[in-house]
Design a protein around this ligand. Sequence first.
Ligand SMILES: [Cu+2]
Length: 130
Amino acid sequence: MFVRTPLRLDFPTRSLPVTRKLLLVPVLATAALAVGVPAANSAREIKVDDNYFVRASGVPTVEVSKGTVVKWVWKGKSLHNVKATKGPVKFGSSSMTKGSYAKKMKRRGTYTIVCTVHGASDQKMMLEVS
Ligand SMILES: [Cu+2]
């Protein structure tokens, strides 16, 4: 049997309450802002061990981009420090046996970093900020 669904004309014509419409505005505004937010700055950890940075042999080079927070993390048992002896900015940690030292790299360039306790011939690394 064919049943024709009558077109309902008696549905409520009332629109959404005003409060509902107002709630939508901040939601849409937040979504629009999220699109333009730049990626968070990156971070990089570097091992400080007995007696080397990063790895036991050679002079390692670590490359990071400007704005990266470089964090040296003490892993060994001996006393070490982190000193930028050459580069656009001089910086450095105190001498410690444990803990960490973080530096946000704001200037591009090549940095020579040594542990002055053990000297450049024993504990040295290069940091390239591009
Ligand atoms: Cu050292």
